[in-house]
Design a protein around this ligand. Sequence first.
Ligand SMILES: [Fe+2]
Length: 226
Amino acid sequence: MRNLNRKSSEPLHSTRTNENVAKPLPFRMPLSGISNRTLDNHHDKLYAGYVQKKHEIETRLESLEHDVARGKSVSGNPAYSELRALKDGETYAVNGVYLHEWYFEGLGGNGEFDRASELVRELENRYGTAESFMKYFGECAMASRGWTVLAWDTKASRLKVYNCDAHNQGGVWGALPVVVLDVYEHAYFIDFGADRQKYIVTFWKNFDWSAANDLFKRVSTMRLAA
Ligand SMILES: [Fe+2]
């Protein structure tokens, strides 16, 4: 992630690899309409918490994995077992980290399309205009309980909008995110109360289409259809 003069750019956790360190916000605060208070809570507490839990779970799993692989532990009970609890928490925490990083990477822009020609052309092919796509994406976000994601679906070889009600529910394997919107209440309630529509409009005003275009160019080379 880009580090643009975050007020506190120090890693939040001192751990052995970069993967286990909360990345600083990749833009300069403040944003337009999304307060520093929201960003402080969202990034420093919630996102950083997922990074910490991901590391905790992966550390414990690493040890358990060795024991299970060597026959020292029998843990695969689907009603309850430590292995089951860890595998469930693993996908929740890992997606909690990844989705938030994609979300923050999409912010800090000016909402202009001028440096996103490839992505805009692809959206126009399907939706007519980029604005029509934004309308559809926004309504999907109104219908979601957690996340709305525009993703390059490597099996379908096209962009699709998917909704997730929780970090580890609703995601599609083989779909690579291009635009990620967090619609959990914590992302907007401080600034907008229950007015999620206004938050979505504000999200687009701060959206970095250039960064999304770079992402689109990278992921759209991947085609896994038979
Ligand atoms: Fe969030």
